[in-house]
Design a protein around this ligand. Sequence first.
Ligand SMILES: O=C[C@H](O)COP(=O)(O)O
Length: 300
Amino acid sequence: MSSSSPITYPTLPPKLILTSTKAYFPPSRTISYLGSILDTKNNILPLLTSHRDQVCFVLIPDFLTIYPCAQTLTASNNLTSPNPSSWPIHLGAQNAFQSSTYGAYTGEIVPAALKELGCTVVELNHAERRRLLGESDESAAAKAAAVCALGMIPLVCIGELDKPKNTHGPLSQAVGLAMSQLTPQIEAVLRAVPPDAPVIFAYEPVWAIGAAEPAGVDYVGPVVQAIREVAGRARAGTSKAAEVKVVYGGSAGPGLWSGKTNGGNGLGKWVDGLFLGRFAHEISGIRAVVEEVVESLDKS
Ligand SMILES: O=C[C@H](O)COP(=O)(O)O
């Protein structure tokens, strides 16, 4: 790409359902998992296809299986080379190195390679990488800039470390405490990427990841609202500012979007999507979430 070529980014529909397999699956399981997602008998693909302009599914497998997943998606469309815009789902990566070029970066995966395989989204800054590998707001910002330079969309995980002591009654204190940790994470990334680059923030309270249940809707909603305000301020006054989406992750699964498991108090009214982990390991979990999102679209 010449430095003067304008960068174009993938277009995403309003609602997103994303899932990362982290490092849970052997490669063979990831391949059969994708096969099940694409199998029309499982009624995920027909729902996604008929609501293509409103919702999309993003599979984020481990690095080793991105290539075979891209081949499967290409073959499923009778294509000979990757053309993500014609794939029925999007493909993402779980990380990338902070270089916008190929080079001497032993053991790293550069965004250019992910782009060539058909990835449209690159997850960055997951809490597990911050805890295990010392990643930081600065590394997230540098990686996000490299991802955007290649015309992909960064999916930047942000989250506060500690569970609020009290989420009953007025929430302003709990939201304020969360935002004191979230604001620098948001601003570092938005300072580093061009204003016309779309960004997805995955709000994942660190204490809700790998838990028995997600954070409460009455807490997540106002935090998401505050995240949107911080992002809006960071991009205020810039011309052609691209959309910043906010999705929720952290033990998300069936019932959360619609509120079916929560007296009807669904998270869908607050967020642009859900970022699924363990509760998408079974195909039935993905199908249930896709059904809830589609049902909410049909009602609106
Ligand atoms: O990447 C996904 C999130 O970390 C959520 O994972 P989880 O649903 O297993 O808690």
